[in-house]
Ligand binder design. Structure first.
Ligand SMILES: Cc1cc2nc3c(=O)[nH]c(=O)nc-3n(C[C@H](O)[C@H](O)[C@H](O)COP(=O)(O)OP(=O)(O)OC[C@H]3O[C@@H](n4cnc5c(N)ncnc54)[C@H](O)[C@@H]3O)c2cc1C
Length: 407
């Protein structure tokens, strides 16, 4: 693929850069001071609304759904430019990156026109309600029930690890509608209003002090039938659309830690000498630079495939696996370099040390979210290396007959 800009693309790039210069903080100024909780969320919403007004949100979505109607190549240009800035887009990745494509594909026209523009402008925030206490990697084993009553459904059950549910107006929820058939065929996907009676969000406090995700309980929560995404029993196909979009969306924003590490190495001294002169640091720098450059090449290959109408395939799994491990390794290494000061978590005291310390504590989660390391390896083993599928003991069994710890 030719990575040179056409005149139109060059114009878009310079507009994007000018807008970012005026509205975002450059990465090499300093690390973004993290506000926590509600304040951070409100600032993020304001930032995203401005970005949408300027025409830089949802670049590939059709204009009637609030997008800019451009090709994926413009998304790549935006991603290349935005990499140099610190932004607060992460609250919207799940909605716009994961839920949006499924809604676009499966929702009725009226719902698309009503809900997608509000999602694109960050007026509404969305979450993804898939994982349950006993269904994470094996999400098709979930137990939240949806029962049909005339023109609506009643949902009962529990979700867990739902990122951003505390701020969300809507969610995409995967449910079991028929336990008498195989686990993949008895699932149905819905959109749900998160502010209604019968939906209870309980925060989970993390070890880094943050509160990123939640438990969500459904107690006779009502979902109108026109909020169903796809066929009854077709939930697995919808869920795969969400999960594939998730891998692509994560690949665009997943932290690797490398740019921050590079900035740090340029500024830090050890025993009166630039730390970049230390052989161990140089060795780490070279290793992580190689991985980082490889990830960028993989990302371009993936975007090229998507731009040609393909899907985010094994490249997304490879990017996720390598990037998440690297992010954790870099944070651990940097905290060792900082010595005792590496335990500082107070951003007012030292934004840099706090950033890496918080990354040490949150990076294990990145290795789980969106598919664990082992799940990524299984995908690569089966889809790239052509190794035999792992044995699936419940294949073809009715969901209700699959033995559980209680049976
Ligand atoms: C930061 C973060 C954000 C998240 N956000 C969301 C969200 O917004 N919405 C949502 O629905 N979920 C979310 N999740 C949940 C996430 O999808 C699950 O944590 C993930 O799918 C793993 O499921 P689990 O935690 O139940 O672990 P399990 O599936 O119970 O896995 C436990 C261990 O067993 C291994 N394992 C499992 N199956 C296999 C296998 N077949 N082969 C080899 N090893 C295996 C796993 O790799 C892991 O090490 C989030 C998680 C995190 C950490």
């Amino acid at each position: 693929m030719d990575f040179e800009d056409t005149p139109d693309q060059a114009e878009f790039r310079s507009k994007a850069r000018a807008w970012l210069d005026a509205n975002a903080q450059r990465r090499n100024d300093k690390l973004l001071r993290g506000m926590e909780g509600e304040a951070a969320f409100l600032e993020a919403k304001e930032w995203y609304a401005k970005k949408a007004q300027a025409g830089f949100a949802c670049l590939t979505w059709p204009t009637e759904y609030g997008g800019a109607g451009l090709t994926s190549l413009y998304e790549v240009i935006w991603a290349q430019e935005v990499e140099n800035y610190l932004t607060r887009d992460s609250h919207f990745v799940i909605g716009i990156g994961n839920c949006g494509p499924a809604i676009m594909h499966f929702a009725e026209e009226q719902q698309k026109r009503e809900l997608l523009p509000r999602m694109a402008s960050a007026e509404d925030v969305w979450c993804q309600l898939f994982s349950e206490p006993c269904a994470g990697s094996d999400v098709a084993g979930l137990r939240t029930r949806a029962e049909q009553h005339d023109d609506h459904w009643l949902l009962n059950g529990q979700k867990i690890w739902t990122s951003g549910a505390q701020h969300s107006d809507y969610g995409v929820v995967l449910t079991r509608t028929d336990p008498t058939i195989s686990k993949y065929r008895g699932l149905t996907l819905f959109m749900i209003d998160m502010r209604q009676d019968g939906v209870e969000v309980r925060p989970i406090k993390q070890m880094d002090g943050g509160q990123h995700f939640n438990e969500v309980f459904f107690n006779d929560a009502v979902v109108p039938d026109n909020y169903r995404l796809g066929e009854i029993g077709g939930g697995w196909t919808g869920a795969l659309t969400v999960l594939m979009s998730e891998r692509l969306a994560i690949s665009g924003v997943q932290p690797t830690g490398f740019p921050q590490f590079l900035d740090l190495v340029k500024s830090l001294e050890l025993n009166g000498e630039p730390i970049a002169n230390d052989p161990l640091v140089r060795e780490r720098l070279a290793t992580w630079y190689t991985q980082y450059a490889g990830l960028q090449a993989v990302y371009k290959r993936m975007i090229t495939a998507v731009a040609k109408g393909g899907i985010a395939g094994a490249e997304a799994s490879m990017g996720k696996l390598v990037g998440a491990v690297m992010n954790q390794e870099i944070a651990n290494f940097v905290c060792q370099l900082f010595g005792q000061a590496g335990i500082i978590q107070d951003e007012q005291l030292s934004p840099e040390q706090a950033h890496f310390q918080k990354t040490v504590l949150f990076s294990p989660g990145i290795r789980l979210a969106g598919g664990t390391d082992e799940v990524m390896r299984n995908i690569l083993a089966e889809q790239v290396l052509g190794l035999p599928q792992e044995p699936r003991a419940d294949k073809g069994m009715a969901f209700q007959d699959i033995p559980t710890g209680n049976s």
